[in-house]
Design a protein around this ligand. Structure first.
Ligand code: GLA
Length: 388
């Protein structure tokens, strides 16, 4: 995909620092087709990288200073590699990655860099993971550090967990680094083994509808869900000593031991256990090309996230509800962490114009908010960019 931001980064770098950048890299956002809130339960996910990305252009310096300029925010920050301070801003993702590289024993030189991206923030499309992966990819090359792709994804996850303080799973960083064009990635989040699944949707396309709402407390609610899952494992373990994560629990086992759990913990566990099953079924169905059946799983996933895991919100429920009533929609559900952001939809190409018009009009009528609609094919993960 050509992204005109690459040329803008190149030009802005030259303007800001007086020379062209040594090189440019990019890392994409993602949409998760199915498998939500399963990654940190050692479960399964099925995301694909999208055509929205973060680009970084930069060069090394001969001191320990980092000078970052964001074209999106028209904001510049300078800091020393030797004292990385959290600032509750996008630069924390860059600092978190530097911090993890240092902790892994690598030496990191000072650098100048310009960033620009077109992944909407807070939309559940992983703009933060894309900054982390683009930074790690950029710094690995700049400092001649060899890091395996899987290792880089893990390093970026640690940056988010330890520096940013968001206890996320591995999905977003993994797909941003390892995504492949025309494929969704079926990932086992326990051992990080994966299979690339051809994303052949026949007459359907992947459509994202952005609710343009981001409810507060997303991070704390996320961390709370994670803790509830761990509590579920702790309680179930008294009768199922071999389990280490909800991934190990079957639906029948959950039902047999439901009395060990409070109603809330039971609901959380039920979502994770059934969602893992849905991902495995979805992969088989996708291989057979049965888009109608795949779409039904998306609806089921949404209901489970809304009713059992309670991470949806009114606006996103409206988007799913409106989409479901449109002829030509095979399936729809919230995607990403929840509490706002995007839905992912499978829509017949021939119905797309109608779909767009109905979503925009009906969503505005119900909520007063203007939705945004994007489509994307499955794209490649992080890469070196050249200006054409
Ligand atoms: C966020 C996290 C991911 C994953 C999803 C929910 O995107 O970063 O690790 O847990 O939420 O599936």
């Amino acid at each position: 995909m050509t992204y005109e931001g690459i040329a803008r980064v190149q030009a802005a770098y030259a303007e800001q620092f007086g020379t062209p950048p040594a090189f440019l890299v990019s890392a994409p956002g993602r949409v998760n087709l199915i498998g939500e809130h399963t990654d940190y339960n050692d479960g399964f996910v099925l995301p694909m990288a999208i055509d929205k990305k973060i680009a970084i252009g930069g060069s090394e310096r001969n001191d320990d200073t980092v000078c970052l300029y964001s074209l999106n925010f028209e904001y510049q920050e300078e800091f020393s590699i030797l004292s990385l301070q959290k600032k509750d801003s996008w630069t924390d993702y860059v600092k978190g990655v530097i911090d993890q590289l240092l902790k892994a024993g690598h030496s990191v030189k000072g650098f100048n860099a310009v960033l620009e991206g077109n992944i909407p923030q807070g939309a559940g499309l992983s703009s933060s993971a894309a900054i982390e992966v683009a930074t790690a990819f950029f710094l690995a090359r700049l400092n001649s550090i060899e890091i395996q792709a899987e290792e880089m994804a893990k390093l970026c996850q640690r940056a988010e967990n330890h520096f940013v303080g968001m206890n996320c799973g591995i999905m977003d960083q993994f797909i941003s680094r390892l995504g492949q064009k025309n494929h969704a990635l079926f990932l086992d989040c326990r051992d990080l083994s994966y299979k690339l699944i051809p994303c052949d949707l026949d007459e359907y396309i992947v459509v994202m509808c952005n609710s343009n709402v981001e409810h507060k407390l997303v991070d704390s609610a996320y961390n709370e869900r994670r803790a509830q899952c761990e509590e579920g494992v702790r309680l179930l373990k008294t009768k199922l000593p071999d389990i280490t994560a909800l991934r190990d629990v079957s639906f029948a086992q959950l039902e047999n031991h439901a009395s060990l759990l409070s109603p809330i913990i039971y609901q959380r566990c039920k979502h994770v256990v059934t969602e893992n099953e849905r991902v495995k079924t979805a992969v088989n169905i996708l291989r057979k090309g049965d888009i109608a059946a795949f779409g039904q799983l998306l609806y089921q996933s949404h209901a489970s996230l809304r009713d059992d895991y309670e991470v949806s919100c009114e606006e996103v429920d409206h988007l799913v509800d409106i989409a479901q009533a449109i002829e030509g929609t095979a399936g729809a559900r919230m995607t990403g962490g929840g509490f706002g952001g995007c839905t992912v939809n499978l829509v017949k190409k021939s119905a797309m114009e109608h779909f767009k018009a109905v979503i925009l009009k009906e969503y505005k009528k119900r909520t007063g908010i203007t939705a945004e609609i994007y489509t994307s094919k499955a794209e490649d993960g992080a890469r070196i960019e050249t200006v054409e």
